[in-house]
Design a protein around this ligand. Structure first.
Ligand code: NAD
Ligand code: UGA
Length: 469
């Protein structure tokens, strides 16, 4: 029986390995992590991440050919294929701080693999890493290997949160990069055989290592660029009376452009888009390509502009001050169908409003009060460095309340900011909400989810991204 071990039981490692276990009953899969609480949660009825369909997949294979463990060294030493799916956050200090990827977690994983391996291994880069990382990892492994053969493969993950299981069941493509040597190609075929259990062979692409590593950064940069493009247009729509939904529909009808990923919003969030583009920018700068670096930097600048434009709109509409006014925030996760708040635009919007002394009442169906308070107390880039977790600031805690009910969050509020596109926000009883709010009652729809005309009929003053007032 082929044995797989995955280092990192996070948003990628957990769901990806669960699907491999489900689709490959002949393979034993063990997911390991340094964080005991995470492993305990994977072994319990309450999984550590919320992802539609995940519970079902885990229940079907856990204890059969899918295991979660903290006994890292044992499972690494027994495995034939080791996936490394640890976090690769943005560096917070030293050379490249604020841009370069921090490979500390990756490097320590590689050193541990070299220390404990007693047989040949295929080591798979699942984390998103800078192009050429495999070269560095290879050096670490081979210099400490005691004659053991390691083959490094790049197999970046393209799943999106909220649709992870669907994406893993039916990926647009699986990408595997390897060395162009006979041993490298043999390793590529071994990994290909795993995915071939359920992915059609013509959708499994094989390339050299550097193309695979760079394709992942490129794909995220292209996706984020579409959002910044439509968000840039949303500002122009507001200035001219055009409607961004109509513009993006018309633009997306061009089959060369396509309709997906053109929803204007308060800004993109999530753990990867910003981090991966910053990483790309840094790589371009290091390779003497400042023009290319500046091109991609603009994608992030427009995203930051979009978030601050939203905050400015809230404050200026509410008579230039939100001091001591209650603002209800509906949605805190970075997108619907996830409880993940990493780099969510809600953090920047809430911090902007708190800076103007607003009182914020937050409701999100999947995010706990603890998580929200921690996010609002943290410095930029610290969120993915657990060792740097900071204490909460007392001012923030006092100004922010969190509820489990949209009606309570909006009661007595002067304004509502919709920051995540949860389906349930479309069907709230807005008449009941209006009656319980201070007047004039404002709605700032950062996701264009509500029917603005209906809300205006009720009496709300409504601002939607990229639409006429
Ligand atoms: P995550 O923070 O949810 O999970 C990473 C896990 O790795 C953590 O639980 C951490 O405790 C563990 N870890 C760190 N060092 C370890 C070690 N030495 N040994 C064992 N475990 C260790 O991160 P994630 O969202 O799963 O992302 C992981 C990687 O995948 C990142 O590079 C990210 O860019 C990439 N990625 C993420 C997504 C996504 O949707 N989240 C999608 C595609 C790619
Ligand atoms: C994204 C990519 O879609 C995945 O392919 C990739 O694997 C992953 O990053 C990663 O590398 O981590 P994810 O961040 O989970 O996935 O979710 P997306 O659906 O891409 O949404 C990202 C952000 O963009 C969200 O805040 C979302 O609300 C926003 N968005 C998305 C828009 O504002 N408009 C859109 O049209 C689409």
């Amino acid at each position: 029986m082929v044995k797989i071990c995955c280092l990192g039981a996070g948003y990628v490692g957990g769901p990806t390995m669960a699907v491999i276990a489900l689709k490959c009953p002949d393979i034993q899969v063990v997911v390991v992590d340094i964080t005991k609480s995470r492993i305990d949660a994977w072994n319990s009825d309450t999984l550590p991440i919320y992802e539609p369909g995940l519970d079902d997949v885990v229940k079907q294979c856990r204890g059969k050919n899918l295991f979660f463990s903290t006994d890292i060294e044992k499972h690494v030493s027994e495995a034939d294929i080791i996936f490394v799916s640890v976090n690769t956050p943005t560096k917070t200090r030293g050379l490249g701080a604020g841009k370069a990827a921090d490979l500390t977690y990756w490097e320590s994983a590689a050193r541990m693999i070299a220390d404990v391996a007693k047989s040949d291994k295929i080591v798979v880069e699942k984390s998103t890493v800078p192009v050429k990382t495999a070269e560095a990892i290879e050096k670490i492994l081979t210099h400490n290997s005691n004659g053991i053969n390691f083959q490094i493969l790049s197999n970046p993950e393209f799943l999106a949160e909220g649709t992870a299981i669907k994406d893993l069941f039916n990926p647009d493509r699986v990408l595997i990069g390897g060395r162009e040597t006979p041993e490298g190609q043999k390793a590529v075929q071994t990994l290909k055989a795993v995915y071939a259990h359920w992915v059609p062979e013509d959708q499994i692409l094989t390339t050299n290592l550097w193309s695979a590593e760079l394709s992942k950064l490129a794909a995220n940069a292209f996706l984020a660029q579409r959002i910044s493009s439509v968000n840039a247009m949303s500002a122009l729509c507001e200035a001219t009376g055009a409607n961004v939904s109509e513009v993006s529909y018309a633009v997306g009808k061009d089959s060369r452009i396509g309709p997906k990923f053109l929803n204007a919003s308060v800004g993109f969030g999530g753990s990867c888009f910003q981090k991966d583009i910053l990483n790309l920018v840094y790589i371009c700068e290091c390779n003497g390509l400042p023009e290319v670096a500046n091109y991609w930097k603009q994608v992030i600048k427009i995203n930051d502009y979009q978030k601050s434009r939203f905050v400015n709109r809230v404050v200026s509409s509410m008579f230039n001050t939100v001091a001591n006014k209650k603002i209800a925030v509906l949605g805190f996760a970075f997108k619907k169908d996830t409880g993940d708040t990493r780099e969510t635009p809600a953090i920047d919007v809430c911090k902007g409003l708190l800076g103007d002394k607003a009182k914020i009442s937050i409701y999100d169906p999947q995010v706990t009060e603890d998580q929200i308070q921690r996010d609002l107390a943290m410095n930029k880039f610290d969120w993915d460095h657990p060792v740097h977790l900071q204490p909460m600031s007392p001012t923030t805690t006092k100004q922010v309340s969190v509820t489990w009910d949209a009606y309570e969050a909006t009661k007595d509020a002067h304004g509502i900011c919709i920051l995540t596109e949860w389906d349930e926000f479309k069907t709230l009883d807005y008449k009941k909400i209006y009656d319980s709010m201070q007047k004039p009652a404002f709605v700032f729809d950062g996701r264009n989810v509500v029917d603005s005309e209906k809300l205006r009929e009720i009496g709300f003053i409504v601002y939607s991204i990229g639409k006429p007032l």
